[in-house]
Design a protein around this ligand. Structure first.
Ligand code: LLP
Length: 443
């Protein structure tokens, strides 16, 4: 990430803090997040979309998609940058509330919110709830009636546009669990409008994640505006939520379009579609997660073993580290690529092709499938893996009874823990088969 640099001795320094010092102080594996970068990226999204849509006469609300990585600190950073927060479970809601975020600034998502979750969201005064199915209309309305409130809601629709990195696919129907078909929107919105406890804000659509260009967003936005225009004939529709999904670079091969260009492309598409339907441009909302926290995160690991393995036509060097799929499930889940560097020293050794593996009992436990590291990479080296700020901690597990690593925030040369790592005692503390020790002083 932008914030990591080499010092004069070639050691990696993150936001003014030596990576080796972080590892010595907090242990490895360790998630490190650059606080200033998270704040700056949040501000950049707000500026990019704010000015792009101002050009077509619309304002923009940015919701940080907490699923990418949510802790009370991160919630405060993005809220201080002017963002709202999108949560999709009672657990994420609890974190945002614990951070002291004004509930009116929260959006609540999910294709299967429990009734208890809906009741809690309504009763704490969550700003918007995204309705994901016909069944949920009554669930949310009934909860609002019980709480004596009027709840603002969005309706999640599928525009039929599916985007993945460079390409997008546009179909009439989508075979997936989220949202409702765009064709059903008018009928469902009428049902929402029939319930006095609900206030319809507008449609919501999320076309995918890690998207590199504006084409899919633009196509989706034009389809949505056509339906939005129809809905306007029967009542107010103040808003349109275009979701998140803006891509980031994980390796040097990734070249995402700058967010300013994506924003401009989306604004142009929305502006043109509204003009062609003769309607005003609605207020716009977006929900980026990965873009804000992904590039600000680095994971530090210590190399434990180095093992050359003969493969067809050569040797593959397996470099095993002290974490793996429990702290970063993305390579195993999605075949995701990452880049690793030795953080603790520089060397002139010629580069060698390596596979960085974890310590789990599973051959798919890979951190970096293929990358070059100095040929003298050895046990004790500290490895830094870039762009691990999104969907790593949030997807972490305790596989093989590894505790989830701590998350440390670095800023201006100082480091502090923002999420404590799990210890063996933490893991054992949930095992009901262990007799509880008698508390001291009670006998
Ligand atoms: N809004 C909705 C409704 C979403 O479902 C998501 C992500 C986002 C916003 C934020 O998308 P982002 O800007 O972060 O791309 N675990 C996967 C990604 C799953 C994304 C799920 N939804 C990964 O690690 O690549």
């Amino acid at each position: 990430p932008d914030s990591a640099a080499r010092d004069d001795d070639g050691r990696l320094v993150i936001a003014g803090v030596d990576a080796a010092e972080l590892a010595a102080r907090f242990g490895t594996p360790l998630y490190v997040t650059d606080e200033a970068q998270v704040r700056a990226r949040a501000g950049r999204v707000l500026d990019a979309f704010g000015s792009a849509f101002a050009a077509v006469g619309a304002s923009v609300a940015v919701y940080y998609a907490g699923k990418a990585f949510l802790s009370t600190e991160v919630a405060r950073w993005v809220a201080e940058a002017g963002l709202n927060i999108d949560v999709c479970t009672g657990g994420e809601l609890a974190v945002a509330l614990a951070a002291g975020i004004d509930p009116a600034r929260l959006g609540f998502h999910g294709n299967n919110k429990s009734i208890a979750e809906i009741e809690r969201a309504v009763s704490v005064g969550v700003g918007t709830i995204v309705i994901d199915s016909r069944i949920e209309i009554d669930r949310v309305a009934d909860a609002a009636a019980r709480a004596g409130r009027v709840q603002a809601v969005r309706l999640r629709v599928n525009s039929g546009v599916h985007a993945h990195t460079h390409d997008f696919l546009a179909t009439a129907h989508e075979d997936q669990k989220f949202g409702v078909p765009l064709d059903d929107a008018a009928d469902l919105v009428a049902t929402i409008r029939d319930r006095a406890e609900l206030r319809f804000l507008g449609m919501h659509c999320h076309i995918g994640s890690q998207i590199f260009d504006a084409g899919g967003f633009a196509e989706s936005a034009s389809r949505l505006i056509a339906v939005h225009a129809e809905l306007l004939t029967d009542g107010d529709v103040p808003e349109l939520n275009l979701g998140g999904g803006f891509g980031i670079a994980y390796t040097a091969a990734d070249e995402p379009t700058p967010i300013e260009q994506i924003a401009a492309g989306m604004a142009e598409a929305v502006g043109a579609a509204c003009a062609s339907h003769g309607i005003p441009v609605p207020r716009i909302a977006i929900e980026p997660g990965r873009y804000i926290v992904g590039p600000a995160g680095i994971t530090l690991y210590e190399v434990g073993t180095v093992k050359p393995v003969e493969v067809d036509g050569g040797v593959r060097t397996y470099v095993s580290v002290d974490g793996g799929m429990s702290d970063n499930a993305r390579p195993a889940l999605y075949g995701a690529d990452y880049t690793a560097r030795i953080a603790s020293r520089v060397t002139d050794a010629a580069p060698t092709l390596v596979r960085v593996a974890g310590k789990h009992c599973e051959s798919g436990d890979i951190v970096v499938d293929a990358d070059y590291l100095p040929g003298d990479v050895r046990p004790g080296d500290l490895l830094a893996v870039a762009a691990t700020g999104a969907y790593c901690w949030s997807l972490a597990s305790n596989y093989n009874h590894l505790g989830r690593p701590a998350v440390v925030a670095v800023r201006d040369g100082a480091a502090r823990i923002i999420v404590r790592g799990e210890t063996e005692a933490d893991l054992l503390s949930r095992d009901a088969g262990i007799p509880l020790p008698t508390p001291a002083g009670t006998d």
